[in-house]
Design a protein around this ligand. Structure first.
Ligand code: ADP
Ligand code: MG
Length: 467
């Protein structure tokens, strides 16, 4: 079904109504004036006729013409012209003068005379037909060309005024419509933003009417929505913090207990050979280092430093990481394929954090290809974002593991921390970007990252986990 905007619904009926009114009024006015004028002229001409008869001018048509400026024609019973003051062609004279019709009217209504408008030789006359003896007709013809001209002028003038009025009404109703619908359009645009997840803005209240009230109510609703969303996020974070604390305790329990065992053994056996003692101490140091790695990863995740975004050439940033990893990839017999989008516009990003996230993803890909394979890095430019695909031909991820991929401490590796992808996700979120993974077991994995391109979706400067 066709959609009409509110503005059209306001403007169209206005214009239609005014068009009808503005056209009907002149038509009726002109018709009324015409009738009045016609009556007036008929009455006047009748009076002339009476005077003509009284003064005997009826037998002197030339004198009548001289006195009144009117023409006189006398026709006999068979409609042939007996006498006329008219000059020029008289073919079709009987028809032009509507003589038969007039004779019929005189006979039917039995009146003294009949008046009729006629056109003879392209001139307009008001004619009074006055029956005479032997069925002759005395026709007193008063020229009314000037009246017809005046009528035409007035008609044109009135329709001109009507056109101007219609245009004015169209303009005014358009302005009124726009005035009414603009705040509605603003509100609709704002609701779209809210529907898109942006709950941080408020719609400006521009009018103090029902639409203004609606805007205030909508703003109120957006605020409440934002509050409840924030409450939800806090609850979720609390739960995550609990989970993280439990995982953290679990992670450090193993190195702690081996350290405990080693330390107890060193205490009990004071006569241990120097080499064994050193070796045990070395083990303890290694375990401490392992705890240190876990703690560092945990700290990174739990308290990320604030973001330092600046415009960078994304391809260049990725290349720096790949340069760093080149030897390692070679060593693991992993071929590198790069498909970088040319002419990428600068992307607003925190170079160090993005490099760290990207490096974690590449390291995972390497871990997944212990017997070598191919690592493909693709960058793609979209309308308002840029995508990075990291594809490997490794062992793949089981479907049931896929949705835990980005959870802190999810790992399938004996020496893994399970914090690499969780950190990467955090970094991408800080950039208002996104990260997703898909995989086929035995064939390989693709991790896709999105970063916003447009300036208005620039990453927030200091988003931390606790916020
Ligand atoms: N490219 C990949 N191929 C196969 N599995 C992967 C890949 N990337 C991540 N994973 C899986 O996701 C888990 C979590 O990765 P990550 O968060 O980096 O932690 P970690 O590497 O310490 O295990 C890994 O243990 C692994 O099971
Ligand atoms: Mg990892």
């Amino acid at each position: 079904m066709r959609r009409y905007s509110i503005q059209n619904k306001i403007v169209l009926p206005f214009i239609l109504l005014f068009t009808v009114v503005v056209l009907i009024v002149p038509v009726i006015t002109i018709a009324l004036f015409d009738r009045k004028y016609d009556e007036q002229v008929s009455r006047e001409t009748q009076e002339w006729l009476e005077t003509i008869e009284d003064t005997g001018f009826i037998h002197q048509p030339e004198k009548v013409k001289e006195a009144y400026g009117a023409e006189v024609t006398v026709v006999s019973s068979d409609n042939t012209v007996n006498y006329t003051t008219l000059s020029g062609d008289r073919a079709n004279f009987a028809d032009d003068m509507k003589l038969n019709e007039v004779r019929k009217r005189i006979k039917e209504s039995n009146v003294d005379f009949v008046s009729q408008n006629v056109t003879v030789n392209s001139k307009h006359y008001k004619v009074i037909y006055y029956p005479q003896v032997y069925d002759r007709l005395y026709c007193l013809m008063r020229p009314i060309d000037k009246i017809a001209d005046a009528k035409r002028h007035i008609t044109l003038l009135m329709f001109g005024i009507a056109a101007v009025v219609i245009l004015l009404v169209a303009l005014i109703s358009h302005l009124i419509g726009r005035n009414l619908t603009n705040p509605i359009k603003d509100l609709v645009q704002f609701t779209r933003k809210v529907a898109g997840g942006n709950l941080n803005e408020q719609c400006e209240v521009k009018t103090h009417d029902e639409i203004g009230d609606l805007t205030v109510a909508f703003n109120q609703m957006t605020r409440e929505l934002r509050n409840s969303r924030n409450e939800l996020i806090s609850a979720e974070r609390l739960a995550t913090a609990g989970k993280m604390a439990a995982s953290f305790a679990h992670e450090i329990r193993n190195p702690l207990s081996s350290m405990q065992m080693l330390a107890q053994m060193l205490m009990r056996k004071g006569d241990l050979p120097e080499a064994r003692r050193k070796q045990s101490m070395q083990y303890i140091l290694e375990e401490i280092e392992r705890i240190d790695v876990i703690v560092k990863g945990f700290m990174d995740f739990a308290r990320p430093a604030s973001l330092n975004p600046a415009p960078h050439d994304l391809n260049q940033v990725l290349q720096e990481v790949l340069d760093l990893m080149g030897a390692n990839l070679n060593h693991h017999q992993i071929g590198l394929v790069k498909k970088f989008a040319p002419n990428l516009p600068p992307v607003l990003l925190d170079r160090d954090k993005l490099k760290q996230a990207f490096m974690n993803i590449v390291l995972n890909a390497m871990d997944a290809m212990p017997k070598g394979g191919t690592l493909e890095i693709v960058t793609l430019q979209g309308v308002d974002k840029v995508r990075i695909d990291v594809m490997d031909t490794g062992i793949g991820i089981a479907p049931e593991d896929l949705n835990q991929l980005f959870e802190p401490f999810f790992t399938t590796k004996s020496q893994g921390t399970g914090l690499g992808l969780a950190n990467a996700k955090r970094v991408l979120e800080q950039h208002s970007g996104d990260i997703q993974g898909r995989s086929v077991v035995g064939q390989g994995t693709t991790i896709s990252l999105w970063l916003p391109l447009s300036s208005d979706s620039s990453p927030s400067k200091s988003k931390k986990i606790g916020e």
